[in-house]
Ligand binder design. Sequence first.
Ligand SMILES: [Mg+2]
Length: 378
Amino acid sequence: MDRPMADAIHYMPARPTLLVRVHTDEGIVGLGESAAYGGSLESMEAVVLGELRTTVLGQDPFRVERLWSMMATRSHQRGRRGMLMMGISGIDIALWDIIGQATKTPLYRLLGGYRDTLDAYASAGFYAGDKGIGELAEEVGGYVERGFRCVKIKVGRNPDVMLNPLQDMDAAGYATVPFEEDIERVRAARSAAGRAKLAIDANNAWTPSVALRFMDAIGDRDIAWLEEPVSTEDLAGSVEVAHALRTPVAGYETETGLPGFRELIARRAVDIVQPDVIWTGGITETRKVAALAQAYHLPVIPHVFSSAVASIANMHLIASLPNGGLLEFDQNPNPLRSELFEEPLTVDGDGRIRLPDRPGLGVTLNQDTLEKYAYRLS
Ligand SMILES: [Mg+2]
């Protein structure tokens, strides 16, 4: 990236992406993506090719539920979260793409086809270099002018609050903002958003008391949702925040698998459930998370923040859900989102996006883009 960006605790100088392809003996190639957040592409590739590949080789892709279970069960000593679940996710998405192509059906219709179009929200407002409050407000206003009816910005890059994990992270001094100035950032963004909704995302940075103090200061009414206010491990803390606020608490993209989301949902630690098909456990596991959320009358607004493959895979899932409908649409520069497909994903002037009517994921990779950005593994 020309200008590195950061959320509350993560510094992002680049946008690494691990695409997964599964080939069948009938010549169908399924496409997926495994989230590669938090580490090297080499280690993530080793999980997919070294740990999981042999389990699915030679198997029937239509038995995706069985293959998911085999991948998860055989690797259970290596952990059912983190990298293993990211790896399973990429293969699982590719298997669903294969099933869609083989049956000549768009994936979202195969999954139930609740709707054909989604509302997109602009996911932006990151910290960067000397980006000030004026630049942030201008940025937010620009998305609203382009038709977005909801915008999300980052909060929480505050080294002056207690226990902020930022202190242990890479480039911890980059583009930080004192707590009080962060409150001003949100006030300015709220005002720039006008009639549009504004959500804020703390990416696990705060303790419950810091989160409540922040929401007191900005007014606990005018925010669409507060995302990942506390550590994903602090379940009781998230319950406390969710119970105390009128603003819905959303999360946790950093949780994975149905068992993890079961705790968040059943204990009322979240009001909005945010899995991600490239991270949570693919289409297979994320559908179950969404069904559980539905049983608790909770909406699902997935985390979507990587390549165009992550976007389209999450779009198919969201379009299939009665308790879904809103798509996170990253607005930061990323050619692997904007140039990866022959027909790029675009949002119309009303902030809406339509699902493709071609089979499977319904997309074709742009070979020039692949070659231009391919990361050659040593
Ligand atoms: Mg987030």
